[in-house]
Design a protein around this ligand. Structure first.
Ligand code: E4P
Length: 226
């Protein structure tokens, strides 16, 4: 169980790396829009340089039809190389493209997964990762935990090497629930990540311990000063 960051913002990635190792970074066209009209591949290379060679980068295609998706996937693979996975929605055209890309050895992250059936189809199409849209499922009254659990069960039973990246998070509860029902990764927006670490009760506990120490040893004396 590991964390990825759901952003294309270099500062956010740098900040998050101070708190934990990231297994990867996920982007999509809406995430890229927030960065403005940046040079696409240069920006992706900058993300890769920050997260290191062992972390994965997941880059989404724009095209809706199989031919365009395949062309985009080949270009992404050529420009960004290993440990970059091409995010392809699990639509009819997306599945067609996945069949072709599997033969070419190009790694795919199936995305826009709302249902168990889409998940099964993506596993059968050879996807290496699968972005399951937790909060978007809740929005349309789909039981996200059940879907993730069922897909993970299918992965285990079929012996596939596909790994679930739970995604589309609006709060911390959704992240912990995703891990509890079997997701291997959660990709988290920076604001949700920081929300989980910025709780007044944590700050209060730290302050209270400090006050008790100061009451005995005085202000500005640390253990290192003893
Ligand atoms: C990541 O792979 C997804 O594209 C992303 O988490 C979707 O998030 P959203 O539902 O907040 O747009």
């Amino acid at each position: 169980m590991q964390l990825m960051l759901d952003t294309a913002n270099l500062k956010e990635i740098e900040q998050a790396l101070q708190y934990c190792q990231l297994a990867g970074v996920t982007t999509n066209p809406s995430i890229m829009k927030k960065e403005g009209n940046v040079p696409f591949f240069e920006h992706m290379r900058a993300i890769k340089a920050l997260i290191g060679e062992d972390a994965t980068l997941h880059v989404q295609v724009i095209g809706n039809d199989c031919d365009t998706i395949v062309k985009e996937a080949k270009r992404i693979h050529k420009e960004l190389g290993d440990n970059t996975f091409v995010k392809i929605p699990v639509s009819k055209e997306g599945l067609k493209a996945m069949q072709i890309l599997r033969k070419e050895g190009i790694g795919v992250t199936a995305t826009s997964v709302y249902t168990t059936f889409q998940g099964i189809m993506a596993v059968l199409a050879g996807a290496r990762y699968m972005a399951c849209y937790y909060n978007r499922m809740l929005d349309v009254n789909i039981d996200a935990q059940q879907v993730i659990g069922e897909i993970q069960h299918f992965i285990d039973e079929s012996g596939s090497d596909c790994q679930i990246v739970a995604a589309s998070f609006k709060n911390i509860q959704e992240i912990t629930s995703s891990f509890a029902c079997g997701a291997s990764f959660c990709t988290v927006p920076y604001d949700v990540f920081m929300k989980g670490l910025s709780m007044p009760c944590i700050d209060k506990a730290v302050e209270d311990f400090k006050k008790d120490w100061n009451a005995v040893h005085g202000e500005n004396v640390t253990i290192a000063d003893l």
